[in-house]
Design a binder for this molecule. Sequence first.
Ligand code: KG4
Ligand code: ZN
Length: 333
Amino acid sequence: MKVLGIESSCDETGVAIYDSKKGLLLADQLYSQVALHAEYGGVVPELASRDHIRKTVPLIREALAEANLELSDLHGIAYTAGPGLIGALMVGASVGRSLAWGLNIPAVAVHHMEGHLLAPMLEEPAPEFPFVALLVSGGHTLLVHVKGIGDYTILGESLDDAVGEAFDKTAKMLGLGYPGGAVLAKLAEKGEPDVYDFPRPMVRHAGLDFSYSGLKTFALTSWNNSDKSEQSKANIAYAFQEAVVDTLFIKCRRALKALGATRLVVAGGVGANKRLRERLAELDADVFFPRLKFCTDNGAMIAYAGAIRLQAGEKEEAIIQPRPRWSLEELCV
Ligand code: KG4
Ligand code: ZN
C-alpha cells in the first residue's frame, strides 16, 4: 500500500510517501516556514495557513516525482487532523481529503502526536510494543504508556509550558531568535557548569507530571542579575538545559520503574536535543529515537501512521473535519 502523508499542523509543510508493502519511505519533502515567522518572534497562524496553501500542492508534486509515481499509483492519503492550528490543519485536511475523494481512494485523519510517537518505527531496529513514550515538542510534554497502536494511556504531562515552548521562550528572552530551542542548546555547549543552580520542578512530587514555566522565569531572573556577557548567557543556557533534561530523565526513569517497562521511545522536536539523547541513553532500558529530521515535524511520520491505520481498515467519511484539540487517549485501535 502506497500512502501519501500530509503534515500541516503548525509551521512546517511536510509531504511523504510510505510503501507499507516494502516497509520503505519512497519520498520525503519538507518546507519550513521558520524564516517567515522569525521576524514576528513566533508563529503567526494566519501567515502559516496561507503559506501551507502555497506549498502543499507543489510539495505533493515533488514527492510524486521523487518516488517516480503518478497520483493514480497511490492507495490512500493520510493527513494530520489535529491537534494544531485550526487554519493550518484545515489546509492539509482539505487538500488530503479532497484528493482522496477525487482519486476514489481512502483517506485517514492522523493524530499529530501519534505521528511523533510512531516516528521511531521508521528506524532500525524499531521498538516493539509495549513501551513508554516521552513526547516532547513545542506544544506537548507527554509520558505515554503505549500498549499497541491506538492503545495509549497518558501517564504524565506538563501542567503549564511544554518543554519546547520553555526552550523557545527562554531562547527568545536571551535574544536568540525564534524558534530558539536548537540555538539555545548549541549555546549551552559553551556554558560552564556550577555557575548557576536551577531548580528541578516537580521531581519531589509523586507522579509523572512536569512544570516548565518556573524554569523560564528562573532563567529571566538569572539573566537580569547577570553581567549580561556572552559567557553568562551561555552559562544560563547550560543550567536551563541541564534542569530540563534532568527532570525529563527523572520522570522517564520513574515511569519505566512503575510499569516495569524496558523500552523507552523519545519523539518530538525536543527529542533532537543532544544532551537529552545522551542522558536518556544512560537509563537502564532500550531507548529508541527517530533520526533528527524525524524528531521535528515531518510528513513521513504521518504517512507511516496513516498506512498503519489504513491497513487496519480505518477510513474517514468524506468530511473535512480538523480537530485543533484532540487527546491521544481518544484514539482507539
Ligand atoms: O515537534 P516539533 O517540530 O513541533 C511541534 O509539534 O511543536 O517541535 C518543535 C519544538 C520547538 O519548540 C523547538 O525549539 C524544539 O522543538 N527543538 C529543540 C531542539 N530542536 C527543536 N529544543 C531543544 N533542543 C533542540 N536541539
Ligand atoms: Zn510536532
